[in-house]
Design a protein around this ligand. Structure first.
Ligand code: HEM
Length: 408
C-alpha cells in the first residue's frame, strides 16, 4: 500500500480498508497498523527498534532505511541519525540535541518567530499579495529562517540548502526510481560538503548555535564527524521539511472551512488547538516503521525478531475509537492533541513545541494581516508519501482588506 502513488493524494480510504482488517494486518514480511492504541504501544515498547538500529532487518526491507553506505550520501534518517538508532546510542545523541529544545529555550524563540513572520508578510504585502505561492513565499521561509538561526547557518546559504533539502526529502520514500535516487544522492553529497565547511568555520568561530555547542563537546560526549553530520543534518531536515507542510496543510484546510477561520479570528487563543487539529487531520509525517528486536506480542499477535510493522500515524489519527467523527475537521475538538503526529516514546519529536509555536504564530499573523486570503489556483502536492504537504499552494489576498480593518 505504501507504494501506490494514487494514495499520495488520498491515503485515508486505504487506511479505513486496513482498519476493517483488524488492529494489525500482517503479511509474511511486514505488518501494518492504523490503530491508535497499537501504534502508541509499539512506539513506546522497547521490544521494538528503528530499522537502522539494533534490529536485524530482513534483507528485502533493508532498502527502506539503509540505502547507502558512503557517509557522504547518508540521508538525515539513515543511521547513525538519531532517528534511526536505538538506545543506548540514541540516548547519547538525544541528550545533546535536547538541550537546544528545552521549553525555556523554545519559549524564548517566540519573539523571533513573530518578527520573522512579520517581515515575510511585509515583503508579500509590498509585492501586492495578489496571487502568490504560499509555500514558496511563507510556509517554507519561516521554519527555514528559524532553524537556520538555531544552527548558525549564514543567510547566504539558506536558499540553496532549502533546494537541496527538497531534493533529498524524496529519500524518505521507499521504492525510489533510479533518476530520483541519483538526484537525491547528488543533493546529499552537496549538503555534506556544505556541512563540513560549516563545522570548520564554527570550530574557528563558535557561536551561540546548536552546532557550535555540539562541536565543542569533549570527553565521552564528543561526537565523531559522521555522528555530527547526522545529528546536524537531521535537525536541519526536520526543521526544513516538516513545519512547512503543517502550515500549508492548515491554510488548505481553513480555506475549506471559512466558518472555522472566522471563529479563530474572533478567538485567537484557539490557534494552538487548531494547529493540533491540523496535525491530526493531515499529519505531515504519515508513517514510520519499527522492527521487533526480540520475540514479543502486541494485541495478541506474535512478532519474531526482525519482523517489521508500518505504523500509519495519519491513520491512527483518524481512529474512531479515540476521535469522534474522525474525518471531520474541527478546530474546537477537545482531544485534538491526542494525535500521534509527533510519534511517541523515545523518538517523540524533539521539535514538537517549536513546530507548534511556529505554526500558531505563522497562521495567526497571516490571517490577521490578510483576512480575505484564499486558495486561488490548483494546489500541487509534494511527491513524497511519507511527508504529506504541498509543493505549491497558490493563494490570493487583498493587501488593504485586513489592514484597512485594523487601522479603521
Ligand atoms: C510539523 C512539524 C513536525 C512534525 C510533524 C514532526 C514529526 C516527527 C516525527 C513523527 C518524529 C519521530 C519519527 C519516528 O518515531 O520514527 C520526529 C522526530 C524528530 N523530530 Fe520532528 N517533526 C516536526 C518538526 C520538527 C522540528 C521543527 C524539528 C527541529 C527543529 C524536529 C526535530 C526532530 C528530531 C531531532 C527528531 C528525532 C528525535 C529522536 O529520534 O529522538 N521536528 N518528528
Amino acid at each position: 500500500m505504501v507504494m501506490d502513488p494514487s494514495l499520495r493524494a488520498d491515503p485515508f480510504a486505504a487506511y479505513e480498508e486496513l482498519r476493517g482488517r483488524g488492529v494489525i494486518s500482517a503479511n509474511g514480511l511486514i505488518s501494518a497498523s492504523v490503530d491508535h492504541a497499537v501504534c502508541n504501544e509499539v512506539l513506546r515498547n522497547d521490544a521494538f527498534g528503528t530499522a537502522g538500529g539494533q534490529g536485524e532487518l530482513p534483507k528485502p526491507l533493508q532498502w527502506l532505511h539503509h540505502k547507502v553506505i558512503d557517509p557522504d550520501t547518508l540521508g538525515p534518517v539513515d543511521p547513525p541519525s538519531m532517528l534511526a538508532v536505538d538506545p543506548p546510542l540514541h540516548t547519547r545523541y538525544r541528550k545533546q540535541v535536547a538541550r537546544a529544545f528545552t521549553a525555556r529555550k523554545v519559549g524564548r524563540m517566540g519573539d523571533r518567530v513573530e518578527d520573522v513572520a512579520a517581515a515575510l508578510l511585509d515583503d508579500i504585502a509590498a509585492a501586492g499579495a495578489d496571487d502568490f505561492d504560499l509555500i514558496d513565499r511563507y510556509a517554507s521561509q519561516l521554519p527555514v529562517t528559524v532553524i537556520a538561526d538555531l544552527l548558525g547557518v549564514p543567510e547566504r546559504d539558506r536558499g540553496r540548502l532549502l533546494e537541496l533539502g527538497n531534493e533529498a526529502a524524496i529519500t524518505l520514500d521507499p521504492g525510489l526510481t533510479w533518476p530520483q535516487f541519483r538526484q537525491a544522492e547528488r543533493a546529499l553529497r552537496e549538503m555534506h560538503t556544505w556541512f563540513r565547511g560549516h563545522v570548520e568555520s564554527l570550530i574557528a568561530n563558535p557561536g551561540d548555535d546548536l552546532i557550535s555547542q555540539l562541536v565543542l563537546l569533549d570527553g565521552d560526549d564528543r561526537l565523531d564527524p559522521v555522528e555530527l553530520h547526522q545529528v546536524g543534518l537531521l535537525v536541519l531536515a526536520a526543521g526544513f521539511e516538516t513545519t512547512v507542510n503543517l502550515i500549508g496543510n492548515a491554510v488548505a484546510l481553513l480555506d475549506r472551512h471559512p466558518d472555522q477561520l472566522q471563529w479563530l479570528l474572533a478567538h485567537p487563543d484557539g490557534w494552538g488547538n487548531a494547529v493540533d487539529e491540523v496535525l491530526r487531520h493531515q499529519s505531515p509525517v504519515q508513517l514510520t516503521l519499527r522492527i521487533a528486536l526480540r520475540d514479543t506480542e502486541v494485541a495478541g499477535k506474535h512478532f519474531a525478531p526482525g519482523h517489521g510493522i508500518l505504523l500509519y500515524l495519519g491513520g491512527a489519527n483518524r481512529d474512531p475509537a479515540v476521535f469522534t467523527d474522525p474525518d471531520d475537521f474541527d478546530v474546537t475538538r477537545d482531544n485534538a492533541d491526542a494525535h500521534l503526529a509527533f510519534s511517541a516514546g523515545v523518538h517523540y519529536c524533539l521539535g514538537a513545541s517549536l513546530a507548534r509555536l511556529e505554526a500558531a504564530v505563522a497562521l495567526r499573523a497571516l490571517y490577521e494581516r490578510f483576512g480575505d486570503l484564499h486558495v486561488s489556483g490548483t494546489p500541487e502536492r509534494r511527491p513524497t508519501r511519507v511527508l504529506r504537504g504541498y509543493e505549491r499552494l497558490p493563494v490570493r489576498a487583498s493587501v488593504t482588506s485586513r489592514e484597512a480593518v485594523n487601522s479603521g
